[in-house]
Design a protein around this ligand. Structure first.
Ligand code: MG
Length: 411
């Protein structure tokens, strides 16, 4: 160890651990066939001297997983859907790659030896238990699955602290805040500003939004992302989930986390310090940047992704979010305030409502209505454990589906 290295995470991960410099890291990617997973593999492909792949997992996309496994030669692959196992096993039989199947295998693989960093790029609730198991097993997590912390933030942060493992955010806003905090004393933070693009419906009237369907909601102005998060951006639930994620990652109360709409998505978030100074992290809206930062941390690894061309951005603008039209943002603050299982209810109801919207079984404004009804009707558990989160998730899922199928939502 060199002087200045504490090797410890707390205040922790902001102290550069020089002994890690220049090492080739073995990455496990949970959800390698999704949007973040594919972009992470692009990062690995561009930095073969710095990153290798230990494990890849997918839920159903067997063909793409086979393609990725042949290119990156991981130690193991896992497919969530057991029906895909024979095909996967057959295709990879001649390679030295272990093949596993089933949901449980995805949670178990995170405990495996030889894994340096787990990039959790799963979507929704499915990512929570793998994050919990990873930090419990003392593994460093690069977290793209914000729902892990929304559902069970207190539990996961406590386990990470107990095992002295950092959780490095991949979410662009949280990566920005994390970067602004490097070298700072966390006690000097006054508040954080999470920037929001405002999504495709920013500035629209209620009736214009009512007339919009799935196609319009999926047209995000700045970011290329999966369907679930793109709809969450359109409803502003994404920002609501990010407020809760920021609360757990940075240990700030809700009244010191403010959302500000910044349509250009150049400033990825900001930290305001007690002396009145403000730090912003900027860059082109490209998820490969926060992915590379999280995987490379504490190093900044050179990359040739596009740079900001200021002639393209003659002005950067800011506006307040519309809480009336985008109810989800207020609901998320309410859930954070209620604590316990309320954020878990918020998330489960939202997942079901977004699925129903994508299947055209629920109008856009019905999403927040379903979330609100679930928050009002589900039992509240204070000081929940892991089992409480699991049962609350499943009970809320049922409740939300009942509201959707009976069309008992109102807005
Ligand atoms: Mg984000």
């Amino acid at each position: 160890m060199e002087p200045g290295d504490t090797g410890e995470p707390t205040g922790d991960y902001f102290i550069l651990n020089r002994s890690e410099r220049g090492l080739r890291k073995q990455i496990t990617i949970l959800g390698s066939t999704g949007s973040i997973g594919k972009q992470a593999l692009e990062v690995v492909r561009n930095h073969p001297d710095r990153f290798g792949v230990e494990v890849l997992t997918a839920q159903n996309s067997c063909d793409l997983l086979i393609e990725q496994a042949i290119e990156f030669q991981p130690n193991a692959v896992v497919i969530g859907n057991p029906d895909c196992y024979p095909k996967l096993h057959g295709a990879l039989g001649s390679y030295p790659i272990k093949v596993y199947a089933g949901e449980d295998a995805i949670s178990q693989i995170v405990e495996m030896d030889g894994v340096d960093i787990i990039l959790n790029a799963l979507v929704g609730y499915a990512g929570m238990i793998p994050t919990y198991k990873a930090v419990t097993a003392g593994k460093r997590v690069a977290l793209a699955n914000k729902e892990s912390l929304v559902i069970a933030g207190e539990l996961i942060i406590a386990e990470a602290a107990r095992n002295r493992v950092p959780i490095i955010p991949v979410d662009s806003e949280h990566s920005a805040i994390f970067q602004c905090l490097v070298g700072e004393d966390s006690r000097s933070v006054e508040k954080i500003y999470l920037t929001a693009s405002g999504g495709p419906f920013r500035g629209m009237t209620r009736s214009e939004i009512e007339q919009s369907g799935v196609k319009e909601a999926l047209m995000h102005p700045n970011w290329s992302m999966g369907n679930k998060i793109t709809i969450d951006s359109a409803t502003m639930m994404n920002k609501g989930l990010e407020v809760i994620e920021a609360h757990w990652l940075f240990g700030l109360p809700a009244d010191r986390i403010e959302v500000i709409v910044h349509p250009q998505s150049v400033i990825h978030s900001m930290v305001q310090f007690k002396d009145g100074s403000l730090k912003a992290q900027m860059g082109v809206p490209d998820m490969r940047l926060p992915i590379l930062y999280a995987l490379g941390f504490p190093e900044r690894i050179p990359a040739d992704t596009p740079r900001i061309d200021f002639s393209e951005y003659s002005q950067l603008t800011f506006e307040q979010p519309d809480h009336e039209l985008f109810r989800n943002l207020s609901l998320a603050y309410q859930a954070l305030d209620a604590a316990g299982t309320a954020p878990c209810v918020l998330n489960a109801a939202n997942e079901m409502a977004v699925t129903a919207f994508l299947q055209q079984q629920l109008p856009f404004l019905g999403i927040a209505a379903v979330v609100e009804m679930c928050l009002e009707s589900m039992p509240h558990i204070t000081n929940p454990g892991l089992d409480d989160f699991i049962s609350t998730h499943h009970q809320t899922t049922e409740k939300a589906n009942q509201i959707i199928s009976e069309k008992s939502w109102k807005y």
